[in-house]
Design a protein. Structure first.
Lengths: 204, 311
C-alpha cells in the first residue's frame, strides 16, 4: 500500500493559528481565574505545550501593556488587570475507550497528570485532531472521574468534517478540513522549519 | 511490545522479559488510577470474571476481586466449601457449568499443581492462575518484582534471597522464574529438608546459613512455613526453626547494610519473621499488597483486551 502526503498547513500559517487560538482563549476566559487547560495524551499534550509557549509570551506582553497604562485597577480585561497562566494537565483516556476491541493494534497507556482539583473549574480539553469524536467522548468520561467542573470546552487544532459519530463539536479550532475515510491528518511538531500539518492519503 | 502473546497466565514462563515489562508499565498507570478519589475505570465493563477458589485465600482473593471491580468487570465468586464440589462434581464440570452462564474469564486457585494448565485444554476462555498447589503463583511473583522495581529503581542486577519453605512454595518457584527473567540474581535459603533436590539447575544459589544469605542479598523475601502442606515433619519444632532460620532485628543489626524485607503473607509472626522487623521501615510488605491490586488489574486488562480476541 503506497501513501502520498501533502502539507496542508505550513509552519508560518500554524504559528498564526496558535496566536489566534491564544487570543480566543484570553477573550473568553478573562484573567484565566478559574480555567485549566487539559491536553489529551499523547498528541493533545504536544499541541498544548506549543500553545502554552505562545500564550505565555502573549500574557507577558499583556502585563507590559498594562504597565504602560499605569493604574492597573481600571486597565485590562473586564476590570481585572491580573492575568495568570492557566494551570495545565494531561489526561490519558486509554482505559475509557470503547473501541479497543475493534483495533488490530492494542493501545498503550500514558500518564495522567492532574495536579489540581476540577471542582468548579472551567476546563478546556485540548486535542490535536477531531475526527469521529470517540476520543473526546472517552475524555469527558475520564474527566468527570476527577470531579465536577463548571464547564467543559473543547479546543482542537484540526477539525475533520463529515465523519463525526457523536454530537461533539469544538468550541475553538485551528482549521477545518474535508477528508475521506482513507486519509489521515498528522500534526508534526518536530519538523526542521517548525510544526506543520500533513494530509496523508493511502492508495490501494 | 504492546500485547501479551499467551491467552492465559498459568506460569511466569508464559511471559517474556518484555511482556513482564509491559505488565509493569500498565500497572504503573493502574496504580495511579487506584490512588484517585474515584478509583475505577470502565475498561472491562463488558467482561464477566469468575473467581474460582478451590483453596482458602484472603489476600489474593480480595486483591483479584478489587482489581476486577476497579476495571468495572462483573464478578462472580465461587469457593469450594459449600459448593457442589463436596457432592462429587468434577473440576471440568464445575467450570463448564459456570462458563455456560456466559462468563468471559476465569481466575482460579486450586490445591493441585497443574490444575489451571489442565483446564486450558478443556475450556476456551482466558484463565489466570491464582496459585496451583506447590507449582506457581504468577501474579504474586509479578507484584514482588514490581515492588522491588518500585523500591530500588530496577530488578536487573539486584540480589534477592528467598527464605523458608521452598519445597512447598509456589511463590518461590514463580519468583525464581520472574526474577531470573528480569536479570536479578537469586539465592534460596532454608533447611535442607525443605529445599527441593536439583533446584540449583534453575540457576540459583542455595544455602542453609541465614547469615550468609543476608550478607549476600539486597532484598530478603521471607516465606511462610506452610504447615498445612507438610505431611511429615521437616524440622524438629517451630521453636527450633525460628532459632535457626527466623529473621529478627538482632540478625539484621549484625550485618552492616540495609536490606529490604518482603513477605507474601500471611505472616506467622515470631516464626519466620519477628514483629519488629515486619513492622519496621525496611519492610515493604504493605506496599506489596497495594501493588498486588495494580498488577492484577494490569494482567486482567492485558488478557481481556488482547487483539486476538477480535471476532
Amino acid at each position: 500500500m503506497s501513501t502520498e502526503s501533502r502539507v496542508i498547513v505550513q509552519p508560518t500559517h500554524l504559528t498564526l493559528i496558535l496566536q489566534r487560538l491564544s487570543e480566543e482563549l484570553l477573550e473568553r476566559h478573562p484573567g484565566f481565574h478559574n480555567t485549566v487547560l487539559i491536553g489529551l495524551q499523547p498528541r493533545g499534550v504536544f499541541f498544548l505545550n506549543r500553545l502554552t509557549t505562545v500564550l505565555q509570551a502573549r500574557i507577558s506582553g499583556l502585563s507590559g501593556e498594562m504597565a504602560v497604562v499605569g493604574d492597573a485597577s481600571d486597565a485590562g480585561l473586564n476590570g481585572d488587570a491580573h492575568v495568570n497562566m492557566p494551570a495545565q494537565g494531561a489526561l490519558d483516556v486509554t482505559f475509557y475507550r470503547d473501541d479497543f476491541r475493534h483495533r488490530t493494534e492494542p493501545l498503550s497507556a500514558h500518564a495522567t497528570q492532574l495536579p489540581f482539583s476540577l471542582e468548579g473549574k472551567k476546563v478546556v480539553l485540548v486535542d490535536d485532531v477531531l475526527f469521529t469524536g470517540r476520543t473526546i467522548r472517552a475524555g469527558l468520561d475520564a474527566l468527570l472521574d476527577f470531579g465536577r467542573p463548571n464547564r467543559v470546552e473543547l479546543m482542537v487544532l484540526v477539525s475533520r468534517r463529515f465523519r463525526q459519530e457523536f454530537p461533539i463539536h469544538p468550541d475553538y479550532y485551528g482549521i477545518e478540513v474535508n477528508t475521506h475515510d482513507d486519509e489521515r491528518v498528522r500534526v508534526c511538531w518536530d519538523e526542521p522549519d517548525g510544526a506543520q500539518i500533513t494530509l496523508i492519503k493511502s492508495n490501494g | 511490545m504492546k500485547a501479551l502473546s499467551h491467552p492465559n497466565l498459568i506460569s511466569i514462563r508464559d511471559l517474556s522479559a518484555q511482556e513482564i515489562e509491559l505488565v509493569f508499565f500498565t500497572a504503573d498507570h493502574f496504580k495511579e488510577v487506584i490512588n484517585r478519589p474515584i478509583k475505577k475505570v470502565p475498561s472491562l465493563r463488558d467482561t464477566t470474571i469468575a473467581n474460582l477458589f478451590f483453596e482458602s485465600s484472603t489476600r489474593t482473593r480480595l486483591s483479584f476481586e478489587l482489581a476486577e471491580k476497579r476495571l468495572s468487570a462483573d464478578v462472580v465468586n465461587f469457593s469450594a466449601s459449600g459448593s457442589s464440589v463436596s457432592k462429587g462434581e468434577t473440576l471440568i464440570d464445575t467450570v463448564r457449568n459456570i462458563l455456560a452462564m456466559k462468563v468471559d474469564m476465569v481466575v482460579m486457585r486450586h490445591p493441585d499443581a497443574g490444575a489451571c494448565q489442565f483446564l486450558t485444554r478443556h475450556i476456551d476462555c482466558p484463565i489466570v492462575n491464582a496459585g496451583d498447589g506447590a507449582h506457581e503463583h504468577p501474579t504474586q511473583a509479578l507484584l514482588d518484582a514490581f515492588s522491588i522495581r518500585e523500591k530500588m529503581g530496577s530488578v536487573q542486577g539486584k540480589r534477592v534471597a528467598i527464605f523458608g519453605d521452598i519445597l512447598h512454595s509456589r511463590v518461590a518457584l514463580s519468583n525464581i522464574f520472574c526474577l531470573k527473567a528480569l536479570g536479578a540474581e537469586v539465592m534460596l535459603c532454608g533447611p535442607a529438608t525443605l529445599m527441593p533436590r536439583g533446584i540449583e539447575e534453575l540457576g540459583v544459589g542455595v544455602t542453609n546459613k541465614v547469615r550468609e544469605a543476608l550478607e549476600w542479598c539486597d532484598v530478603a523475601n521471607v516465606l511462610r512455613i506452610q504447615l498445612e502442606r507438610q505431611q511429615t515433619r521437616y524440622f524438629p519444632s517451630l521453636r527450633e526453626y525460628t532459632r535457626e532460620f527466623g529473621i529478627n532485628r538482632k540478625v539484621l543489626d549484625e550485618i552492616k547494610k540495609e536490606i529490604v524485607i518482603m513477605h507474601p503473607g500471611p505472616i506467622n509472626r515470631g516464626v519466620e519473621l519477628s514483629s519488629d522487623v515486619a513492622d519496621s521501615g525496611r519492610s515493604i510488605i504493605l506496599q506489596q499488597v497495594e501493588n498486588g491490586v495494580a498488577i492484577r488489574m494490569a494482567v486482567l486488562y492485558l488478557l481481556a483486551t488482547r487483539p486476538q480476541l477480535i471476532e
